[in-house]
Design a protein around this ligand. Structure first.
Ligand code: UDP
Ligand code: MG
Length: 138
């Protein structure tokens, strides 16, 4: 069954001109884009979005990175959307990501790793609702 996930094309990707290439990869993998927008995350938005990591040593730097430039946020649809996106993205650390994954090809470091993808159906729903009204998803 077709379902939804959520992605962020992160600031390093936008800065380097990799937005189109990454979206192209997702389309090649059968994802439909239901909604997409370019946004500059505020510090409050970045802190809330990554709230689960608040106590981690990398949190402050992560928030600085995610607010360092515009990003694209998008709601995606595909069969098995959440696990498929995680596979296509690759491991959090680009150095450990499988060949052919987005993070292997476009990521710079464990922090500046090109793309976000939801880790569960439940979080996909929360993350989509963080940025989109249902009426914006086509
Ligand atoms: N991150 C980091 N240092 C770490 C682990 C994660 O800077 O040691 C950043 C990285 O940008 C990552 C984000 O925090 O994508 C969220 O971490 P998570 O463990 O949820 O990884 P993901 O689900 O993005 O693979
Ligand atoms: Mg995560």
């Amino acid at each position: 069954m077709s379902n939804r996930t959520f992605t962020i094309i992160k600031p390093d990707s936008v800065r380097k001109g990799n937005f189109g290439k990454i979206i192209g990869r997702l389309e090649e993998q059968g994802f439909q884009v239901l909604g997409i927008k370019k946004v500059s995350l505020t510090q409050k938005q970045a802190e809330a979005f990554y709230g689960v990591h608040r106590e981690r040593p990398f949190f402050k730097s992560l928030v600085e990175y995610m607010t360092s430039g515009p990003v694209y946020v998008a709601a995606l649809e595909r069969e098995s959307a959440v696990p498929t996106l995680r596979q296509v993205m690759g491991a959090t650390d680009p150095a450990k990501a499988d060949a052919g994954t987005i993070r292997k090809e476009f990521g710079e470091s464990i922090e500046q790793n090109a793309i976000h993808g939801s880790d569960s159906d439940e979080n996909a729903k929360i993350e989509i609702n963080f940025f989109f009204a249902e009426s914006e998803l086509l």
